[in-house]
Design a protein around this ligand. Structure first.
Ligand SMILES: *Cc1c(COP(=O)(O)O)cnc(C)c1O
Length: 441
């Protein structure tokens, strides 16, 4: 009998202490403020996957080495079935025959974050709690994370979700989605920016006196419980392509905190047939500047039409640097381009008019990068990663395309429910006070 040594996880800031995957998932952030990473990236053969398998099957095979030896290992296939209840279809682009769009918006809240949020929820549900107190999950969101996490945890016993979002800086439909759940989901509209929300959550998670009264966990994209499952759709798409064409697949990923792109890089690092990766950013140019050769310079975020990518200090950058300690190698591996709001508008308008393809503002940044690559003579098979359904951003999209966007059923149902959110000042102290008043056991 072969015994697989369990893979352990440690902080990006120190190789010790190391913990099993379920500890890393339960904690979210490492105790020293770093991000959890595996001791090493396991390798996997394309032949290990069932060629006729579903996305959930691909996920279970892909993630098995990460869970080996852990209490969650036996339940992994079931967790994947529970999380991956919708597909991630690869559809050929009319604008660019030979290239495709990976549609990641068929989940309950119409954005790719449903994959990670549902997987995290399925894991946390199965982990034993240290005590019988309710676990409070804190989420800072610039729009889509909060809704995905709320949908994934709604009415789950023993769990409260507290969502912080920047008041007035998410789309009306995003705001509605965040406030429409009720029950164990609390939406707080913060008078500040997304970066303020993120800082408030980080401070609460690092507060050593809070956990005794309010057991906390996070669900931001720093959580391995969200990052790891996101590798699955890259693996599934690339394997399908590779079986048919015998070539690797290349991805253009709309990027904010680098969670989705990090998952693609890890899937590539495991040996899957993934070729090049291009990052598409909005006017927040921290990554484009870095990959153009500048020093890494995190900054304040500015508001754009692609608001889920309004990030000036990408939280997964630390993971990226850990994965590629050789900076020259990292800079050679990746390219990032910045796309301003005027161009986003132009892309949405022209692709709808010329090709009948309606894009959300985030997906439009990636489409612009593909348009540019083609103009530059690049004829590789690219995949534009579509991170959200355009109906979520109707106030941007509809005036540009001149007609209404069909609303997916799940989104339509949410929009019919009443919604409300509580105001909160943009300070760590205000959040601490709120938690003690509302969530203490
Ligand atoms: C969150 C989000 C992004 C950015 O993803 P990261 O993992 O933060 O890079 C892009 N598009 C949409 C629609 C999103 O919700």
């Amino acid at each position: 009998m072969s015994v697989i040594a369990p893979l352990r996880y440690h902080s990006t800031r120190s190789p010790t202490p190391s913990v099993p995957i379920s500890r890393a998932i339960a904690a979210g952030l490492a105790p020293d403020g770093g991000l959890y990473v595996p001791e090493f990236l396991p390798r996997i053969d394309a032949e290990a996957f069932d060629a006729n398998g579903t996305l959930a099957d691909t996920a279970a095979t892909l993630l098995a080495p990460f869970f080996a030896g852990d209490p969650l290992a036996d339940e992994l296939p079931e967790i994947c079935v529970e999380a991956f209840t919708f597909d991630a279809p690869l559809r050929e682009l009319r604008a660019h025959p030979g290239s495709s769009m990976l549609e990641l918006f068929h989940g309950p809240t119409s954005a790719f974050k449903d994959f990670g949020a549902r997987f995290l929820a399925a894991c946390l549900q199965r982990l034993p709690r240290e005590n019988s107190q309710t676990l409070t999950i804190l989420v800072a969101t610039s729009g889509d994370t909060g809704a995905a996490v709320a949908a994934a945890f709604h009415r789950q016993p023993g769990i409260h979700v507290v969502i912080l979002y920047p008041d007035g800086k998410v789309s009306p439909r995003q705001a509605h989605q965040l406030g429409c759940f009720g029950d164990n989901i609390h939406a707080l509209r913060v008078t500040g920016r997304f970066d303020d929300c993120q800082r408030m959550v980080k401070t609460a998670l690092n507060d050593t006196t809070l956990p005794a009264r309010v057991p906390l966990s996070s669900a931001n994209s720093i959580s391995l419980g969200r990052l790891l499952p996101q590798m699955s759709y890259y693996a599934h798409a690339a394997l399908g392509w590779w079986r048919e064409h015998d070539t690797p697949l290349n991805f253009i990923v709309p990027t904010g905190n680098l969670g989705n792109a990090m998952a693609c890089l890890w899937a590539k690092g495991m040996g899957l047939p993934i070729g090049e990766l291009q990052l598409a950013c909005n006017a927040n140019a921290t990554l484009p500047d870095y990959f153009a050769g500048d020093r890494y310079a995190p900054r304040e975020a500015i508001a754009t039409l692609a608001n889920a990518m309004d990030v000036g200090a990408p939280s997964n950058f630390e993971r990226l640097r850990w994965t590629f300690p050789d900076e020259a190698q990292l800079r050679a591996l990746l390219d990032a381009r910045s796309v301003d709001d005027a161009t986003i508008r132009l892309i949405i308008e022209s692709h709808a008019r010329d090709h009948g393809e309606v894009l959300c503002p985030h997906t439009a940044t990636a489409m612009h990068v593909l348009d540019e690559l083609r103009r530059e003579g690049n004829d590789m098979p690219w995949v534009v990663v579509a991170t959200a359904h355009p109906a979520k951003f109707e106030s941007v999209v509809e005036p540009l395309i001149g007609h209404a966007v069909d609303v997916p059923d799940a989104l339509a149902n949410m929009l019919q429910r009443p919604a409300s959110a509580e105001p909160l000042a943009a300070s760590a102290d205000a959040l601490r006070q709120w938690l003690l008043e509302h969530a203490a056991g």
